[in-house]
Design a protein around this ligand. Structure first.
Ligand code: SF4
Length: 379
């Protein structure tokens, strides 16, 4: 696990948060891929060249592929393939189908992908079963075209048109559906450019993403104009400590939340996946206490919460057990209810009574501790 000893760093980190412009607030977790490869098509893109320059400046070699397909990812065993893929960064051009955006309720109106895949090792990972093939991280070199394409979507989308308080945010674009932005931005700069793009955009729009990493130093100085809402994905310490390998510790994420809020960003909490562990009330009470401390005294705080309970599908369970065969994560169908979705999919969620208890507790405790925090949805 990546989070040994995180309990004792919580206090020190939180004590150290006064200046959001401090260029060196302490160590952040930065991924160093073992292999970085770029396709010829990606190297034709200005942002592909920028990524190469960034990566090489970090002392990492970039392999120029001969063709537009990534080769040599599979190992002898599934474990080996997993390990190889998870330590590989591929710089590619996004599939043309990505120019047609998909709606992504309840989080946002539209999904925009700047990358696909994530180097961390969460044992419940949402990507398992959603993405096919070895879990390589792919970042998109055609960033300029991806961002230019968004203009056609302004004023459209179901989420903002249905919700009165969210209509103030304009058309929302979610940029973390299939990846974790701050796990990658030191290698790509893509999300920094996206923040600046939205900042300079004279239209009612909002960029959104959520992260389990804390590398926010480059973001605090950007001209964001309040048009990017960054949410920190947080959980109680037993969850972050046991099942979120390779991510930043909770203390770092909360410090990042504070730095962004002090730098004027609208911010948020993605509390996910909420788990009905033994003693969950105490564990989540501890979490909310830490969050409360992290946002204390922030002027004009704009804080939201998105509450997502743990769920799995037959497909995701299968993939996760292949990746983490010894996991202690509970994925027991007998302790869950089946929730049928569209297109014949079905998810294993907590039973109705457990859901109701969790929901009532979270809504009451958030309202009590942080009355200004707007809960956007529960699922
Ligand atoms: Fe998956 Fe998110 Fe964890 Fe990355 S940070 S491994 S995308 S759950």
């Amino acid at each position: 696990s990546a989070s040994g000893g995180q309990d004792d760093v919580v206090e020190r980190d939180l004590a150290d948060l006064a200046d959001p412009f401090d260029p060196d607030p302490g160590p952040t977790r930065r991924w160093t891929p073992k292999r970085v490869a770029i396709t010829p098509a990606a190297l034709d893109e200005p942002h592909g060249v920028r990524i190469v320059e960034r990566v090489e400046a970090l002392g990492i070699e970039v392999e120029r592929l001969k063709g537009n397909r990534l080769t040599d990812v599979r190992g002898e065993t599934e474990r080996e393939t997993y390990a190889r893929a998870k330590s590989t960064l591929a710089v590619v051009v996004s599939p043309p189908s990505r120019r047609t955006l998909q709606p992504i309720a309840p989080s946002a109106d539209w999904r925009v992908d700047l990358a696909e895949g994530c180097p961390a090792h969460c044992q419940y990972c949402y990507l398992a079963g959603s993405l096919s093939g070895p879990p390589v991280t792919r970042v998109y070199a055609d960033l300029d075209a991806i961002l230019d394409n968004l203009a056609g979507y302004v004023g459209t989308g179901a989420v903002t048109s249905r919700s009165r308080h969210r209509s103030e945010e304009g058309t929302t674009f979610e940029a973390s559906c299939y990846t974790d932005p701050l796990a990658l931005d030191h290698l790509t700069g893509s999300w920094q450019r996206a923040v600046e793009h939205f900042g300079a955009w004279d239209a009612p729009v909002q960029l959104r993403w959520t992260t389990k990493f804390d590398d926010v130093a480059p973001f605090v100085r950007l001209d964001h104009r309040g048009r990017t809402r960054v949410r920190l994905s947080v959980n109680c310490l037993p969850v972050t400590g046991r099942w979120e390998g390779g991510t930043s510790p909770l203390s770092g994420r909360l410090a990042a939340l504070r730095r962004l809020a002090l730098a004027g960003y609208p911010v948020g909490l993605t509390i996910a996946p909420i788990m009905a562990l033994e003693g969950w009330r105490e564990h989540y009470d501890e979490l909310l206490g830490l969050v409360e401390d992290a946002v204390a005294g922030v002027p004009d705080l704009d804080l939201t919460a998105e509450l997502i309970t743990h769920r799995f599908t037959a497909g995701s369970k299968d993939v996760l057990l292949g990746w983490y065969p010894r996991t202690t994560l509970e994925m027991d169908e007998a302790r869950r209810s089946v929730k049928r979705g569209r297109f014949g999919s079905s998810k294993h969620v907590y039973p109705r009574e457990v859901m109701a208890e969790l929901r009532a507790w979270f809504e009451a405790e958030l309202a009590r501790r942080m009355p200004g925090c707007r809960v956007l949805y529960w699922t």
